[in-house]
Design a protein around this ligand. Structure first.
Ligand code: MMA
Ligand code: CA
Length: 263
């Protein structure tokens, strides 16, 4: 570091600190501006070292080294998973005829005999069950007519729709619900003798105009009298002694006719 020679100008204010023992106060003394002109002064003492400069940018990459020698052989890899099964081979030649198995033949014959015996016994049981059902129902319901699949029965007792439904289910059956002409005719046989209409099971209580069976199925077979059904107020069905149907209030009193699944 170099020093500027020649004119050495001192401009400033020096602060002289005099210790006044009495007052213990700092006293400021301002110098007047003085200009000196004379010989060059001695060079100043060298300044302290500057701060180190910031690092330079990266140099260019060096050239690639020479390729090293080949490494040692690696460990063998683990075994692969099993491959898919191969295609089936061609079928072998036909074998010789086997010997007749007497044991199986005999057991088969025995089974056939047992089956035949069971069928006979089942038929006898069915007849007995049918007879028993009819005898028992006949005691409670003296008026019975059977179709292929059902027994229609009445004690000649009377009740409204709800009472009729309850009485029939109490005896293990349900209120008469004909699904074809033969069943309708069976009911007619009973009520024509008793001389009074009966309620049928079907009704349109849930949806006006849509008559359904007790299991919710919409009715298929119908035998409405001319002009029926004719009232939104009449949610039940009565069957006249001539077999024709009329939609009717559910609170009338009618002959109770039940149906039972035939054994
Ligand atoms: C009665 C009642 C109705 C039925 C008509 C037929 C007057 O009302 O039984 O349900 O439709 O008769 O005339
Ligand atoms: Ca009616």
């Amino acid at each position: 570091m170099q020093f500027l020679p020649l004119l050495f100008v001192v401009v400033g204010a020096s602060i002289v600190r005099s210790t006044d023992l009495e007052t213990e106060k700092c006293e400021e003394k301002v110098n007047t501006c003085t200009i000196f002109s004379g010989n060059n002064g001695l060079p100043g003492t060298p300044g302290v070292n500057g701060l180190p400069g910031s690092p330079g940018s990266h140099g260019l990459p060096g050239r690639d080294g020479i390729q090293g020698p080949q490494g040692e052989k690696g460990e063998p890899g683990s075994q692969g998973i099993q491959g898919p099964p191969g295609k089936a081979g061609p079928s072998g030649p036909k074998g010789d005829q086997g010997q007749k198995d007497d044991r199986i033949t005999k057991e088969l014959a025995l089974l056939k005999t047992c089956m035949s015996d069971l069928q006979t016994q089942l038929s006898i049981l069915q007849v007995t069950a049918r007879t028993t059902q009819k005898v028992i129902l006949g005691h409670i319901f003296p008026n019975i007519v059977s179709t292929g699949e059902k027994l229609f029965a009445s004690s000649a007792a009377e009740g409204n729709y709800i009472a009729s439904k309850m009485a029939c289910s109490h005896f293990g059956g349900q209120i008469a619900s004909p699904r074809n002409e033969a069943e309708n005719n069976a009911i007619v046989k009973i009520i024509s003798k008793l001389g009074k209409s009966a309620y049928l099971g079907m009704n349109d209580i849930d949806t006006e105009g849509i008559f359904t069976h007790l299991n919710g199925e919409q009715i298929g077979y119908t035998n409405w009298a001319s002009g029926e059904p004719n009232s939104v107020q009449e949610d039940c069905i009565e069957i006249y002694t001539n077999g024709k149907w009329n939609d009717k209030s559910c609170s009338e009193t009618r002959i109770i006719v039940c149906e039972f699944v035939s054994n």
